[in-house]
Structures are given as C-alpha cells and as structure tokens.
Design a protein around this ligand. Sequence first.
Ligand code: ZN
Ligand code: ZN
Length: 409
Amino acid sequence: MKTLFILLDGVGDRPSQILNGLTPLQAARIPFLNALARDGSNGLMDPFSPGIPVGSDTGHLSILGYDPYKYYPGRGPFEALGAGIKLKPGDVAFRCNLATVNDENRVVDRRAGRISSEEAAELVESLLEVKEVDGVEILLKHTVEHRCVLVLRNGVSDKVSDVDPHKDDVDLLWPRPLDSSREAVRTSEVLTKLLKRYRMILEKNPINVRRREKGLQPANMLLPRGAGKMPELPSLSSRYGLKSAVVAGAALYKGVCSAVGMDVVEAPGATGTLNTDLNSKIKTAFGALKSYDFIFLHIKGADTAAHDKDPLTKASFLERVDAALKKNFEPPSDEFIVCITGDHTTSSLTGEHRGDPVPVLIWGHGVRVDSVNRFNEVDAARGAIGRIRGLDLMNILMDLMNRTEKFGE
Ligand code: ZN
Ligand code: ZN
C-alpha cells in the first residue's frame, strides 16, 4: 500500500461576501477534488484542538502525529528549519531582530527603522566572520527584513533568557541563565560576548555609517529571543516502518519533515508561493511513489492568498491545484490511497490563522465511500470520517495501509 498525503496549507476559510457567502473551497470550480470526495471518505479535522488556531509549525507536527505539547521546541528551532539550517541534536536556536540601541544599551527601535531585506542581509553577512566563541560554534542566517536566526552549537543550553525586551524605549536584557546548570551559565556568557562583538562589527559597518548620515536608525545590535532545542523526534520509519519523503517548496516544511526522518525530494520550479509549478510538484510526488511508501506533498499558495485577504485568488489557486492534480494523477498501483487536507484555516477576511476545522478527504483502496460529493468545509461535516484531531490522522492512514498494531488481545 502506498499513500500520497497532499497538504494544502491554510485551505480552510470562512464565507466571504465577495464569494456570495461561500468559502473559497466552496466557490472554486474543483471537479477533480469533488470526484475524489464523491468516491471517498470525508470529514472535518481540528489540526490541534477545536477552536485553537495553530501555526504551520505546530499544525504540521500535530498532523504528522507528534503532540506539540510534547515535541514543540518553540519558535527558534522552527525558524532555523525555515531558514534552511540543518539543526543537529543539542543545537540551540534563537529568532533575532536587527535593532537600534543607543549608547546606554536602551532599545530605541526593535526593527532598526524597518530596515530593508537587502541592507539587513549585508549586515548579517558582515557578522559571519565570528565563527566561534569559547569553543561554541556560531551559525547565523538572515531571513526577511530585520529578522535573522542564530544557532549555537556545542555544549549549550536553551535555558537562557531573551535579550529582546519585546518593546521599544527600555533597556536591552543581557542574557541570563534560566537554571543553575553549567551549560546555561556558559551559554549566557558566550551569548553576551558574541553580542558585544556583533555590536562592534555593526557599529562600523558602512551601511550603518550611511544610515546615520541620512538620519536613519542604525541596525547596530542583534536581539535574540525564543531559545529552543530541536527535540529528538521518533522517525516515521521507526513508528510505522515507512519509507517516506517530502515534496515542498518552502524550507520550513522540508525541515519539519526531515526532522521526522523523511527524505527530501526536490521538484523543479517549487517556490513555496502562489507562482509555484504545481504540475512539476504533483508529477514529482507521483514519481517518488515508485520508490517510497508515503509521500507528503506540501502546497503553500492557498495560505499565502488568505494572508493577503484575497479570497478570489485563494479560490483560483485551488482551481489550479485541481487542474494540475487531474492532469498528473498517476497512482503507482491499485493499492493506493490519497489524503487531502490542510494544516489550519486561514481566514481571508482577517488574514490570520483561525481555529475552525479543515476538511479531510481520503480516497482509494479499501476506503469507505460516504454520501459527500464535494470537497469543502461544509459538505465534509456530513462525511464518514466525522470530526477528528490532527493527532488521529496518521493512525487512520496507517490503519488503511495495514501498518497499525492491534491494541489488546
Ligand atoms: Zn500553514
Ligand atoms: Zn499561514
């Protein structure tokens, strides 16, 4: 048995006036997805828990069967995964802002006057000359605008306080150990030394000299926060004996899936945005099913459109997904199932993730056929799957693949 798991990021939504009171999924012309719904099982899924909005990070953990309460290490490590940094066990990752501080170490602007991505990237580049401090290896990567990710490697602890005070016009908070372990004390000392060196490098960087001349805020300090260690996640292969891989555009999803032991299969033209090459991704996913039992195909665009508060673009993106699926749908054999769902609702009214459940559809070998014949948030509620939690989904799929073990005698 083989499974293709298609995750449409942020697929759920709320009804909108511009779509005559329908959600983007209800309004979209998606004949192929509707046919799969008609010939398969449908239901609703609370990615984590009813009414609780989740991020893509916690949503994915939960849907892949990893309880975020147990396995979520905070934003730092996921930000690092999203930046394409391969974390090793024991690494401590922080999210960081490039910020403006004055001579008394007071935070004047946590975002350094909304510095551009280009200038911020160049400033971060200049900090890469610091490769280690007292035996601790330093990794730093710019992401967008004033943001970057810092990773400390080798004998470090995540029990270290935020340097970022989370608001302007207050003193920056030098790192403090949050427990009495040697590692925590060492980590806060190393981080303090590192930040002082960064400060010196940033102060004399020509970009900041220029910014000062123009009356702009210099980005002269790095403010780390959200220290976290990537936990050891039991792999899908150790849990279910699965040979699995991910096809995705954005680094975060490749990172999360690698963390649970999936291989990464690259699809040409996959961008992780609305302009991604859907045909290439879907073709690549079906191709990979020849050598893998389980393929996780991540498609981001619907979430992006909803964050832009654009239900029309979200609906038309879903139509493109439907057309590309129809065109490239080539199951490796009859013993095949496909599961299509999302990691959360993203409301194109508010542009934010919401806690409404998402539709889940399972089609294929051995799957019961219910009376639902359309794939959307409302019709799904009548389906045979009922309403499940994200944490249940992998068990349901593994059961259909005959890979679950009996509980009891
Ligand atoms: Zn998401
Ligand atoms: Zn989102």
